[in-house]
Design a protein around this ligand. Structure first.
Ligand SMILES: Cc1cc2nc3c(=O)[nH]c(=O)nc-3n(C[C@H](O)[C@H](O)[C@H](O)COP(=O)(O)O)c2cc1C
Length: 276
């Protein structure tokens, strides 16, 4: 597919974007990204996996502090305990590779002690920088993995049972999980997930969301055209009833009408972070 066709498929809109751009496999792979949650029962060779880790840690890093790490869960029983703790991610128990990407502010604090320097940046930025580094490394891993035909799915639901996860991984103070990542050879081709139009995600010179509702309404229709949610799969029908129009915005605002993981701040503080 041409770059232009890939962009059109990503946003579900006819567009001129990419018409004058010569394609390459990197941009084609990125535009074709889709998450995978079902995998063939085939292993991922160790050297390939190590190569993907090398790609992951080639990501840029805030101040070159390199505050990400990853736990490769190789014990199948541990993987199962983590996945089965949350009903909606039981599928992750069968992923041939299961990783947990973590923010790691421990390393620099330990090294500060070793070097005999005060650690004078014990505030929210320390948490944020480590979380961002971990996210960027995970994405580099995903992009590299997909270039070999592997499929991945990040899994933040592993944080639903944060104490269990932290205990399973033996995470010390100032290390925290950002997301799990299931990896394997895809069982089937999955569908492109349409993105919000760039009219609301790309701003020029200043932030402006005046057209948010109109744009999202049209986006909802475009998505509903290809992915209808059956009434019995709508969220919280018992309280909110069945919506005749159940697009992305109805689904996601219903999702966020209920608290989830509201113990995470307490956990992060208990890992020693000062979030002031
Ligand atoms: C940080 C992060 C956490 C995610 N956590 C989950 C998860 O817990 N469960 C899940 O099924 N998908 C999870 N996903 C995958 C998203 O649902 C997926 O990226 C989104 O629906 C868009 O689909 P696509 O990746 O196929 O384009 C996560 C993605 C990200 C970036």
């Amino acid at each position: 597919m041409s770059i232009n066709n890939l962009v059109a498929a990503r946003f579900g809109l006819p567009t001129d974007i990419g018409k004058s751009v010569e394609g390459n496999t990197t941009i084609e792979n990125i535009l074709s990204h889709r998450s995978h949650r079902a995998f063939k029962n085939e292993t991922v060779p160790g050297d390939l996996l190590d190569t993907l880790f090398a790609a992951a840690f080639s990501a840029p890093s805030k101040s070159d502090l390199q505050q990400a790490c990853v736990v490769h869960v190789q014990d199948p029983e541990k993987q199962k305990r983590i996945a089965h703790a949350t009903a909606t991610i039981r599928w992750a128990a069968d992923a041939p590779v299961f990783l947990v990407w973590c923010g790691d502010s421990r390393r620099i604090r330990k090294l500060a002690k070793w070097r005999g320097h005060e650690f004078a940046n014990d505030h929210l930025d320390a948490f944020m920088n480590a979380a961002v580094d971990a996210g960027i490394c995970m994405q580099n891993f995903i992009t590299a993995a997909e270039s070999f035909g592997l499929g991945c799915c990040p899994v933040s639901e592993v944080r639903n049972h944060i104490e269990l996860l932290s205990r399973e991984l033996d995470l010390p103070q100032h290390v925290f999980p950002v997301a799990g990542l299931a990896v394997g050879w895809p069982l089937q081709e999955s569908r492109i997930s349409m993105r919000l139009p760039m009219a609301i995600t790309v701003h020029t010179d200043r932030y402006n969301d005046d057209n948010l509702v109109e744009e999202v309404e049209r986006y909802d229709y475009r998505r509903e055209d290809i992915e209808q949610t059956p009434p019995d799969e709508q969220r919280y029908v018992e309280d909110l009833g069945v919506s005749t129009s159940y697009g992305w915005s109805e689904n996601r605002t219903r999702q966020y009408s209920r608290p989830a993981r509201n113990d995470f701040g307490r956990y992060i503080r208990s890992q020693g972070f000062n979030l002031a």
